[in-house]
Design a protein around this ligand. Structure first.
Ligand code: PLP
Ligand code: COI
Length: 339
């Protein structure tokens, strides 16, 4: 294993030994290639550079105390990448190809999988880009699917400590009938300005409202939003929210804990009624929220009155993390063991 300060890792880029690549040319996917270069040599007219033919995924690999290496629900990422590709007219990598490349990149970078108990994991970043040239606005005829990997720590420096978020109404991350439901680069480009402003103004991230009526909660920055009201787990069912694999898993766990699940439109005003609120996603798992400020009206919603995450969020977080790390029985069959 590498000599790395595993406990101090940020959520960021970390150079590892290898990445894996595969090209789609003349209508077929080619051989899997292994590369130790951090660079891609692409045509200057590649559609990814001009017309945003790009999508990506994010998943985590854990080393358990039992020494086993686990990947969490990768098939869901593979299927979502196919939907993202179809959404911007790229060739979708087959699930079997995704699996073979994922296993290869994990094995090639095995020494970078953090030891257990460090709050760290090996993050996999699959991406597909239009690599073929085009000057007219048309899909490319060549695509590159690749996966790189690197050890990461918590997404927000606070880890599981509660964060402050800011409601923005003067920027949208996507259009009402746009690409919010798929993981394409343009959504993230559109979120950079409001997110940078929110950081400057002292917040960890933004809470986007729906871009049509500006009154429903949409995404919590690069994560889904959820709220707990008594024995109910509420999360937006908006068409412009990315179907989060973490959120889907939390709903299963919440249901098993006896909570009722409400997947529905959530009015901003309802923030006043929640006992606990949080953002959820692969990178953060759960980021409990302690304060939400509406930038336009100045209205504030506060939670975590004792400074800590609420009991339901804490139980959900510990259970999901416990399953991912092999500490709690994986009764849903979410983990794939890499051997
Ligand atoms: N929403 C957005 C915009 C995201 O980028 C992500 C991260 O992938 C999520 C939600 C959470 O999705 P998942 O739990 O599948 O990582
Ligand atoms: C997530 O994994 O929750 C993310 O949103 C990843 C982010 C870096 C795009």
């Amino acid at each position: 294993m590498e000599n790395i300060n595993w406990g101090e890792l940020p959520f960021g880029y970390f150079k590892t030994d290898y990445n894996v690549r595969c090209y789609f040319r003349n209508g077929v996917w080619g051989e899997i290639e292994t590369s130790s270069s951090e660079y891609i040599n692409i045509h200057m007219a590649a559609t990814t550079l001009h017309y945003g033919q790009e999508c990506f995924e994010g998943m985590k690999v854990f080393r358990g105390k039992d020494g086993k290496i686990r990947v969490f629900r990768w098939e869901e990422n593979a299927k979502r990448m196919q939907r993202s590709c179809e959404g911007v007219m790229m060739a979708p990598p087959p699930v079997d190809l995704f699996k073979a490349m994922m296993i290869k990149v994990i094995k090639l970078n095995e020494k970078f999988i953090p030891p257990p108990g460090m709050g760290a994991s090996l993050y996999l970043r699959p991406l597909t880009i239009g690599s073929g040239p085009q000057v007219g606005v048309k899909p490319a005829s060549e695509y590159l699917f690749m996966i790189f990997a690197g050890p990461v720590g918590p997404y927000f420096k606070e880890g599981f400590s509660p964060v402050d978020v800011q409601i923005v109404r003067d920027y949208d991350r996507c259009a009402p009938q746009g690409t919010g439901h798929i993981k394409v680069g343009g959504n993230y480009a559109a979120s950079l300005k409001p997110a940078a402003r929110a950081k400057q103004e002292g917040f960890s991230t933004v809470l986007f409202v729906d871009s049509k009526e500006n009154k429903y909660i949409d995404e919590a920055g690069p994560a889904n939003f959820f709220g707990i009201k008594g024995k109910i787990y509420v999360t937006p069912n908006s068409k412009t929210v990315l179907p989060s694999i973490t959120n889907m898993s939390l709903r299963t766990l919440a249901e098993d804990m006896g909570l009722k699940i409400e997947l529905r439109a959530v009015l901003v005003e309802e923030l006043a009624d929640f006992d606990e609120v949080g953002a959820c996603g692969t990178a953060a798992v759960i980021s409990p929220i302690k304060k939400i400020v509406d930038r336009e009206s100045g209205k504030e919603y506060t939670y975590c009155c004792n400074g800590n995450a609420g009991p339901v969020s804490t139980k959900l977080y510990n259970t999901l993390k416990g399953i991912q790390e092999g500490e709690i029985e994986d009764k849903y069959g979410w983990n794939t063991i890499i051997d």
